[in-house]
Design a protein around this ligand. Structure first.
Ligand SMILES: NC(=O)c1ccc[n+]([C@@H]2O[C@H](COP(=O)([O-])OP(=O)(O)OC[C@H]3O[C@@H](n4cnc5c(N)ncnc54)[C@H](O)[C@@H]3O)[C@@H](O)[C@H]2O)c1
Length: 274
């Protein structure tokens, strides 16, 4: 458990997908550091539960039901934040499509499903673009703001599945850099976090204990990520400590992408097992 501090004192933050996993951990961490948090999620109960937890811990939070894949709902989310709190200092675009049935239709390139692609792009890419479009005028008027995208290491390499997810995160990295470039001189910073395998409810739905053990072998740390590990980077990027950090796509991945692909093979050989 991380203690309370004042690294975001006086700031107003919107976190999307804040009802679960990485978004939940980030909303709670932001609030512990003094931010007022709009807890935005497509699942109303989940948003309410997280906002209630923040309030019970002594913070200030407002639940907001939003489907980030719908432009008008992004506009309403931003308007709600401004109406209640008068400004937006941090926008964490974290929500992504979590539909298991759709993911299962994204496993065979020869059966490529453009509906899955379009829905992935609508939620994972257009969502952050819309939320940024409506938030940026407020940040520009203030002369400051931090936009954070939750991307993925899936953006960085080819894959044998997830043909819609990976490209959506690659596009998100491009928008993170492009927003940073376009609005940097107006005091806006924008960065993307690329998590490695992180033990969230979504990840657990797709995993077995055996697959998690195999995935852990590929990370350089002796453990997989926890939502709080990603929240810690989001907190840094949201805070003024990161005033000189913008336009970056930062892996928070336990070193997953740092080693050569053949390292697991050499580990076995060195251990006399190969
Ligand atoms: N967990 C991992 O290993 C991992 C790795 C790389 C990237 N990520 C990224 O991290 C982010 C968070 O994932 P997570 O693992 O915490 O998932 P999660 O399912 O635990 O949480 C995601 C939340 O987003 C909400 N959501 C889904 N669609 C939405 C929509 N259209 N509008 C608003 N809210 C919506 C869900 O209701 C849920 O509360 C995602 O962008 C995901 O792609 C996760």
């Amino acid at each position: 458990m991380t203690g309370k501090g004042d690294r975001l004192a006086g700031k107003v933050a919107i976190v999307t997908g804040a009802g679960s996993g990485i978004g939940r951990a980030t909303a709670i961490r932001f609030a512990h550091e003094g931010a007022v948090v709009v807890v935005a999620d497509i699942v109303a109960d989940a948003a309410t539960r997280v906002a209630e937890k923040i309030e019970a811990d002594g913070g200030t939070a407002l639940p907001c039901v939003v489907d980030v894949g719908e432009e008008a709902q992004n506009a309403e989310m931003v308007a709600l934040a401004v109406k209640h709190f008068g400004r937006i200092d941090v926008l964490h675009n974290n929500a992504a499509l979590g539909d298991m049935a759709l993911a299962m239709r994204d496993m065979d390139f020869l059966a490529f499903d453009s509906d899955v692609w379009q829905r992935s792009m609508a939620v994972n890419v257009l969502g952050p673009v819309y939320a940024s479009k409506y938030t940026l005028p407020h940040m520009i008027a203030q002369g400051s703001g931090s936009i954070i995208m939750t991307s993925s290491v899936s953006a960085l390499r080819g894959d044998v599945a997830n043909f819609s997810y990976g490209v959506s995160k690659a596009a998100l990295n491009w928008y993170a850099q492009t927003i940073a470039v376009t609005f940097g001189k107006q005091g806006i910073r924008c960065n993307a976090i690329m998590p490695g395998v992180t033990r969230t409810p979504a990840q657990m739905r797709y995993s077995t204990e055996e697959s998690l053990a195999q995935l852990q072998e590929l990370h350089l740390t002796p453990y997989l990520g926890e939502p709080e590990d990603i929240a810690a980077m989001a907190l840094f990027l949201a805070s003024d400590e990161a005033r000189f950090v913008t336009g970056q796509c930062i892996a928070v991945d336990g070193g997953l992408m740092a080693s050569l692909p053949q390292v697991p093979m050499f580990r076995k050989i060195l251990a006399g097992e190969g």
